[in-house]
Write a new protein. Structure first.
Length: 475
């Protein structure tokens, strides 16, 4: 009977969580719509803050004052914005001022478009007839333009949404300064709000959240930059005008997983269609798609060890909703902020069920142990969740402890030999069962003193390899 009562309590607690979340979500949507003019620059500033934070933290860890670290990163960010804006503006001004060039693009694009309409399969897919007007009219029919006239109109219409993002820059900068100032005061407020033992738990959760967010921002920004630079190189080699601007657009849209970079390839491909033979244009299109897949699905995965663990359907709903609510701006900033919200939810035991429902796949036992042992301590809720997973998977306690030991070793190796709390307990149990008495004594000493030499680290990696083999044998 007691087991049934516990299950009912858990169900009731989680049902309350989901109900409260639905109410908060409804209020949030209403607020986002009504306060759009205020919240847009605020969320831009919040996104910039998370981009600046990893660099500022690195400077702070090397002796820079916190304020000076953020000021340095902010100045570098402003310098990068001004530099990219100047180069983009120069390219656009030179391109649009050449009327003869624009007329040539119009004529060539119209000719190529007619050829594509005449193709058996592609013409049907475009949904327009061969004699059905200009490119602009055809694109307007299938919903890709807002009635722009001529190639110049199409181009300016496509770029107007991107240019609108910079109009709120000044307001966002004011918000950013206050966010930086408030963030520095937050630790003191936490200490007062959660006195005694509560402050330690809050600090651990905040530390894990900050680490996860920093990792996501660094990886996503690095992958976006790599994708954008590769696009610039490809477009420059193929002779596509405005290659820098299209690379910048790729950088911004790459924050929208799955579809962002693909959307960013449409304008340069339209431009290339006007001046390239069709075979060369198809080759360029293939290379751009391969580049996006290489950076997004291979390099990013290798960098982080896993892909973005959010349900694709949920992600597309978020992107579509954000586009409906705030247009292109909402589409770009929604996904990074949504990922940050998920990171926060999965690091708080009470809201972790919501984060699991938002995930693309359910966490396995090893990942669950790594998440729970990250701070070196297992809370009561974490122990209950891990025990339910063990029972569901049909594992013995001994097998479950192998997963725990492997998770603890992975954390220690990532942290360079730092062992905390219950990580020590699980690793010591694995050392005693998997290593010889002589090896076990040396490892026990290293674990207790925290002094890991090259031989101890090598032995720890060997222990990890043995546990990985044991875990694979279990399934």
């Amino acid at each position: 009977m007691s087991g049934i009562t516990v299950d009912e309590d858990v169900f009731s607690r989680r049902l309350n969580i989901f109900t409260n979340a639905a109410i908060l979500l409804t209020l949030l949507i209403v607020g986002l719509h009504i306060l759009q003019e205020v919240l847009q620059p605020f969320f831009i500033a919040l996104g910039i803050y998370f981009i600046l934070k990893p660099g500022a933290d690195a400077l702070s860890n090397n002796g820079f004052p916190v304020g000076l670290s953020f000021l340095t990163m902010l100045l570098l960010f402003v310098l990068a914005i001004v530099g990219t804006a100047y180069i983009s503006w120069s390219q656009v001004a030179e391109f649009t001022d050449d009327e003869e060039r624009m007329d040539n693009y119009d004529q060539n694009l119209q000719k190529k478009w007619k050829q594509m309409q005449g193709m058996p399969i592609l013409g049907d897919w475009l949904g327009v007839k061969e004699d059905n007007g200009s490119v602009a009219q055809n694109l307007d029919e299938i919903g890709l333009t807002g009635g722009a006239s001529g190639f110049q109109g199409i181009f300016l219409g496509a770029m107007s949404a991107a240019g609108a993002m910079f109009t709120q820059g000044l307001t966002a900068m004011f918000f950013l300064l206050f966010i930086i100032f408030e963030a520095n005061l937050l630790p003191g407020r936490i200490a007062i709000a959660f006195p005694g033992e509560g402050i330690d738990k809050v600090k651990i959760v905040v530390k894990r959240i900050e680490k996860s967010i920093n990792t996501y921002v660094v990886v996503k920004t690095g992958v976006s930059a790599g994708t954008a630079i590769s696009v610039m190189i490809l477009l420059s080699i193929f002779g596509v005008d405005l290659w820098f601007l299209w690379g910048l657009l790729t950088f911004l849209f790459n924050y929208v997983p799955y579809i962002g970079s693909l959307i960013a390839t449409i304008p340069p491909l339209l431009l290339g269609l006007a001046v390239m033979p069709l075979q060369i244009w198809v080759l360029l299109a293939v290379l751009l798609v391969v580049n996006q897949q290489l950076w997004g699905n291979v390099i990013e995965t290798k960098w982080t060890g896993s892909q973005l663990d959010i349900s694709p359907v949920l992600l597309l709903i978020v992107v579509a909703f954000a586009y409906w609510l705030w247009g292109i701006l909402g589409m770009i900033i929604s996904v990074p902020l949504f990922v940050i919200v998920k990171i926060v939810l999965e690091n708080i035991p009470t809201t972790r069920p919501l984060a699991i429902l938002m995930s693309e796949r359910a966490p396995n036992l090893l990942e669950a142990y790594e998440s729970a042992l990250e701070d070196g301590l297992l809370s009561g809720d974490e122990r209950d969740d891990l025990e339910r997973m063990r029972v569901t998977l049909g594992l013995s306690i001994e097998d479950s402890e192998k997963f725990a030991a492997l998770a603890a070793i992975n954390i220690v190796l990532r942290e360079g030999g730092s062992v905390e709390g219950e990580q020590m307990e699980y690793i010591c149990a694995a050392v005693a069962s998997e290593l010889t008495e002589k090896e076990s004594g040396k490892m026990q000493n290293a674990l207790e003193t925290g002094l890991f030499g090259e031989s101890e680290m090598k032995r720890l990696k060997q222990l990890r390899d043995r546990l990985e083999e044991s875990v694979e044998d279990i399934f």
